[in-house]
Design a binder for this molecule. Structure first.
Ligand code: GTP
Ligand code: IMP
Ligand code: MG
Length: 336
C-alpha cells in the first residue's frame, strides 16, 4: 500500500504545498498527482531558498525521486498557466495532464469575474474554475485532448498511476482547496465548485479507495479564509488590526486578497479528520505563534510553550501531528 493523499483541513492555504514538498523526499515518492479544482489554488513552496508560486504544477515537483508529475482528469487546466509554470519549474518531460482534463477559457474567467452571484455571494478567486465546471456538467466543456498546444503533454493519468501502484512505487496525491470549501461538506454557498475531500482527490486522478494507505490532513496554527463575504464570519474571527497585531496577516497567492483569520478551531478540525478519515495530521506555521521556534527540526528542542500548545491540540483531537511546520522553507519542519 503505497498511496498517500494530502488534503487541507480548514479553508485552504494551510500550507499543503510545503508539506508535500517535504514528503516527496522523505518518502521517495515516484509520482505526484494533483487532484482538486484547478488553478484557483495557489501553493507557495520555498525550495532551498527559491520561492515558487504554483497553480497547476504539483508542489512536489522538486522531489529527488519524482519521475512523473501528473494532473488528473478531474482537474481543470488553464493551458497558459500550465505552459508558463512548466517553463519556470523546468519539468518538461515529467509534467503531463490527462486528455480528459477540462479546459478553462477567457469566457470562463470573464464570467467568474463579472457574475453578480459569484463575485458578490461566493467571492470566488476569479480564475474561471466555477464557470468551467458548470460547462463540464452541461457536457459542453472542451477537454485537453482538443488543444494542440497541450498535445505533447498528454498522458493517460489513471493508467500510469495504477501501473506504478502495481509495481509497488510510492505515489502522492496532492489535494487543493480544503475540506470546508467542499461543495458537499463545506459552508455552502461560500464554497468551491466541487468536492475536495480525500475521496474526491482519489476520484480526480482515477484511483479507487482501497489503494490508499495514508490520508494526511493539513491544519494551520490558526484558521484563514479568503473571498467569501463578511456574512460568513468564522468563529472568533479577528479584526484586520488584530490580525496584523498578531502577525497572522497573509495575502492570497492567486488573488492577493487579505486572508481573514481566526484562532485554531477544534470543531472544524475534528470534522475534517472524520470526513477524510485521516490516518495522519500535519500542522503548519507553529513559528508564527512561537517565533523563537522558527526553523526547529527536532520536537524536543521546541519551547515549552509551543509543546504545551501542540499537546493541548493533540489531546483534544485524539491524534498526534506527524509533521509540524516551523518556517516556509521545505527544510523547516519536524517529522515524528
Ligand atoms: P491552496 O491549495 O491554495 O489551499 O494552498 P496551500 O495549502 O499550499 O497554502 P499556500 O501556499 O497558499 O499558503 C501557505 C503559506 O504559508 C505560504 O506562503 C507558505 O510558504 C507558508 N508556510 C507554509 N508552512 C509554513 C510554516 O510552517 N511556517 C511559515 N512561517 N510559513 C509557512
Ligand atoms: P472558486 O473556487 O474560485 O470558485 O472560489 C470559491 C471560494 O473558494 C472562494 O471563497 C475562494 O476564495 C475559495 N478558494 C478556492 N480555492 C482556494 C484555495 O486554493 N485556497 C483558498 N481559498 C480558495
Ligand atoms: Mg493557497
Amino acid at each position: 500500500m503505497v498511496v498517500s493523499v494530502v488534503v487541507g483541513g480548514f479553508f485552504g492555504d494551510e500550507g499543503k504545498g510545503k508539506i508535500v514538498s517535504h514528503i516527496v523526499n522523505s518518502k521517495n515518492i515516484s509520482i505526484v498527482a494533483r487532484g482538486g479544482v484547478g488553478p484557483n489554488a495557489g501553493h507557495t513552496v520555498v525550495i532551498r531558498g527559491t520561492k515558487y508560486q504554483l497553480r497547476m504544477v504539483p508542489s512536489g515537483f522538486a522531489g529527488k525521486h519524482v519521475e512523473k508529475l501528473l494532473i488528473g482528469p478531474g482537474v481543470l487546466v488553464n493551458p497558459e498557466i500550465f505552459l508558463k509554470e512548466l517553463s519556470v519549474t523546468k519539468v518538461k518531460g515529467k509534467l503531463f495532464c490527462d486528455p480528459k482534463c477540462g479546459i478553462i477559457t477567457e469566457k470562463h474567467i470573464n464570467q467568474d469575474k463579472t457574475d453578480v452571484h459569484l463575485t458578490g455571494i461566493v467571492g470566488t478567486s476569479g480564475s474561471g474554475t466555477g464557470p468551467a465546471n458548470e460547462d463540464r456538467v452541461r457536457r459542453s466543456l472542451r477537454l485537453a485532448k482538443d488543444i494542440p498546444e497541450l498535445s505533447e503533454y498528454l498522458i493517460d493519468v489513471p493508467l500510469i498511476i495504477n501501473d506504478y501502484i502495481e509495481k509497488g512505487k510510492e505515489v502522492l496525491l496532492e489535494g487543493t482547496q480544503a475540506t470546508h470549501l467542499s461543495l458537499w461538506h463545506g459552508t455552502y454557498p461560500h464554497v468551491t465548485s466541487k468536492d475536495v475531500t480525500a475521496a474526491a482527490i482519489c476520484s480526480d486522478v482515477g484511483i479507487g479507495p482501497t489503494a490508499v494507505s495514508d490520508v494526511i490532513v493539513v491544519f494551520k496554527a490558526y484558521v484563514t479564509r479568503v473571498g467569501s463575504p463578511k456574512a460568513d464570519k468564522m468563529e472568533g474571527e479577528l479584526t484586520e488590526t488584530e490580525t496584523q497585531r498578531r502577525g497572522w496577516e497573509e495575502y492570497g497567492t492567486v488573488t492577493g486578497r487579505l486572508r481573514r483569520a481566526a484562532p485554531f478551531n477544534y470543531n472544524l478540525a475534528k470534522r475534517s479528520i472524520m470526513l477524510n478519515y485521516a490516518t495522519k495530521i500535519a500542522l503548519t506555521k507553529l513559528d508564527i505563534l512561537f517565533p523563537e521556534d522558527r526553523g526547529t527540526t527536532d520536537y524536543s528542542a521546541l519551547s515549552n510553550e509551543a509543546k504545551q500548545w501542540i499537546e493541548e491540540k493533540e489531546s483534544k483531537l485524539g491524534m498526534r501531528f506527524t509533521y509540524i511546520g516551523t518556517g516556509p522553507s521545505d527544510s523547516e519542519i519536524i517529522e515524528r
